[in-house]
Design a binder for this molecule. Structure first.
Ligand SMILES: Nc1nc2c(c(=O)[nH]1)N[C@H]1C(S)=C(S)[C@@H](COP(=O)(O)O)O[C@H]1N2
Ligand SMILES: [Mo]
Length: 198
């Protein structure tokens, strides 16, 4: 693992590197299962559960305000990549278009291919969270979740859903794919909330 691709952080980087993590200059691909191939023409994004059901198209997302984000990315398998550059749409901007039932407290992110990951709304609806469709100025490659993924920078990267295609709002916490398989229910890298489950 260590050596060519992974290194211990330098001093300037070390206060940005959570405990037990190693820095990588590459960008490993971490996917459970196959990579779905979705064209933006067919891409759809649905909202359901404790919110008025709605379907959004690719052009609906492209018409929302676009921003650039530079964020660190921490995988629970112990690699971190600093300063990843993304382009996309803020979750807070998108949520302006969602008519939430006031009873909603949690969200499950759903993806093409069947992956899911859950969050309380206070971890999901944050200024720094976004839906990304570009990586380092290029179209987001399918391996990294293209055409669209979420990025939740303050939690381990399994909360950043690749090939995202919907949000299900709930009045309770419901574990997603890795959460059912032993990952921590929250996943704060600074507290090393790696495993633990429900
Ligand atoms: N749909 C989907 N999203 C996913 C995953 C996955 O297997 N399927 N893996 C998660 C995990 S464990 C990590 S570390 C990141 C990895 O993102 P990357 O492959 O772009 O590095 O995606 C997360 N999102
Ligand atoms: Mo991961």
């Amino acid at each position: 693992m260590l050596g060519k691709f992974f290194k211990k952080p330098e001093a300037a980087e070390s206060d940005r590197t959570p405990p037990g993590q190693y820095l990588t200059n590459g960008f490993p691909v971490l996917t459970y299962g196959d990579t779905p191939q979705i064209s933006t023409d067919n891409w759809q994004f649905r909202v359901w559960g404790l919110a008025k059901p709605k379907t959004f198209s690719w052009s609906d997302f492209m018409q929302m305000p676009q921003h650039e984000f530079t964020k660190d990315f921490h995988c629970v398998t112990r690699w971190s990549k600093l300063d990843v550059q993304w382009t996309g749409i803020k979750v807070t901007d998108f949520m302006q278009l969602v008519e939430l039932d006031p009873k909603a407290t949690h969200v499950v992110q759903h993806c093409y291919g069947g992956y899911t990951t859950n969050l309380p709304l206070e971890d999901f609806v944050r200024e720094e969270n976004f839906f990304a469709h570009q990586l380092f100025g290029e179209l987001l490659p399918p391996d990294h979740g293209g055409p669209m993924r979420s990025v939740v920078p303050h939690l381990y990267a399994w909360k950043s859903a690749k090939w995202i295609n919907g949000l299900e709002f709930l009045d309770r916490d419901e574990p997603g794919f890795w959460e059912r398989n032993g990952y921590h229910r929250r996943g704060d890298p600074w507290k090393e909330e790696r495993y633990g489950g429900y």
